[in-house]
Design a binder for this molecule. Structure first.
Ligand code: ATP
Ligand code: MG
Length: 223
C-alpha cells in the first residue's frame, strides 16, 4: 500500500485565535519505509498521526491510500481501512480496561474477522515485547511501559500495511527499547510502512528517513 499525504492541514481555535496544529504536511509512505518524526511538544505530531489514522478530520489536504481518498470514504470504509490496513499505537493509554492483555491484542484480529483464533500469533508478539507472562492480566495491573508494549503487540497482530506509532519507547528501559524497536524494524523489513513519532535519538537511528515537526510544518531532516 502506498499512502500519499498532501498539504494536510488541521486548524484548531483556542481563546478566539485560530492556529494550524498541522500546516500543509506532505509525505509519501511506501512499503518497507521506516520514517521517524521528532519535534517539540505541541508541534503537531500526534495530530498528524490521528489524521493519517482517519480519526481526526483535516481542515484541508488529503490522505490517499491505493488511490482512495480517505476522507471521501464512508464511516464504514474508514473503519475498514483502520481495522484491516493499519496498526496504530496512540500516545496515551489505549487498552480496554475490561479485557485482559491477550484479549486486547486479539481485538483487531476479531474485528478483521480473520479465521482461527489468532492466539498463537498474539502470544508470540507478547513474547517478543517481553510481556508474555502478563497475557491474562488486566491493564490496571500493568505499568505504563507494559501497557505500551501490549498496545504495540495489538497494533502488529494483523500484520498491518501501515504502522503508526506515537512515542513507542517513552516509558521503556534501554533493553526493552531495543527489543521493541527491533520488532518494529522487522515489521518494516517484511513490507509494513512505519511512521514513528519519538523524542528518543536512539529510536531515530532505527529509521531510514527522518523528519522534524516544527510548529505544524513537517520538514525532512538532512542526513
Ligand atoms: N482537540 C484540540 N483542540 C484544540 N487544540 C488542540 C486539540 N488537539 C491538539 N491541540 C493543539 O494542537 C497542537 C498540536 O498538538 P499535538 O498533540 O499534535 O502535539 P504533539 O507534537 O503530539 O505534542 P507532544 O509531543 O506533547 O505529544 C498543540 O498546541 C495542542 O494544544
Ligand atoms: Mg503527541
Amino acid at each position: 500500500m502506498v499512502v500519499i499525504i498532501k498539504n494536510l492541514t488541521k486548524e484548531y481555535s483556542r481563546g478566539g485565535r485560530v492556529f494550524k496544529a498541522v500546516d500543509s504536511a506532505c509525505l509519501t509512505l511506501t512499503p518497507g519505509d521506516f520514517i521517524s518524526i521528532i519535534g517539540k511538544s505541541g508541534s503537531g505530531k500526534s495530530t498528524l498521526l490521528n489524521m493519517i489514522a482517519g480519526l481526526t478530520v483535516p481542515t484541508s489536504g488529503s490522505v490517499t491510500f491505493d488511490d482512495n481518498e480517505l476522507f471521501s470514504l464512508s464511516d464504514t470504509e474508514i473503519s475498514n481501512y483502520r481495522n484491516l490496513k493499519i496498526g496504530y499505537v496512540p500516545q496515551g493509554q489505549s487498552l480496554l480496561s475490561k479485557l485482559t492483555v491477550l484479549e486486547n491484542v486479539l481485538l483487531p484480529y476479531h474485528m478483521a474477522e480473520k479465521s482461527g483464533d489468532g492466539a498463537e500469533t498474539a502470544e508470540k508478539l507478547l513474547e517478543k515485547v517481553g510481556i508474555a507472562h502478563l497475557s491474562g492480566s488486566y491493564p490496571k495491573h500493568l505499568s505504563g511501559g507494559e501497557m505500551k508494549r501490549a498496545a504495540i503487540a495489538r497494533a502488529l497482530i494483523n500484520s498491518p500495511e501501515l504502522l503508526l506509532v506515537d512515542e513507542p519507547t517513552g516509558d521503556l528501559d534501554a533493553q526493552t527499547t531495543d527489543d521493541v524497536l527491533s520488532l518494529i524494524k522487522s515489521a518494516a523489513g517484511s513490507g509494513t510502512a512505519v511512521l514513528m513519532v519519538t523524542h528518543d535519538t536512539d529510536a531515530v537511528s532505527y529509521s531510514n528517513r527522518q523528519y522534524e515537526m516544527r510548529s505544524g510544518k513537517l520538514l525532512e531532516s538532512a542526513k
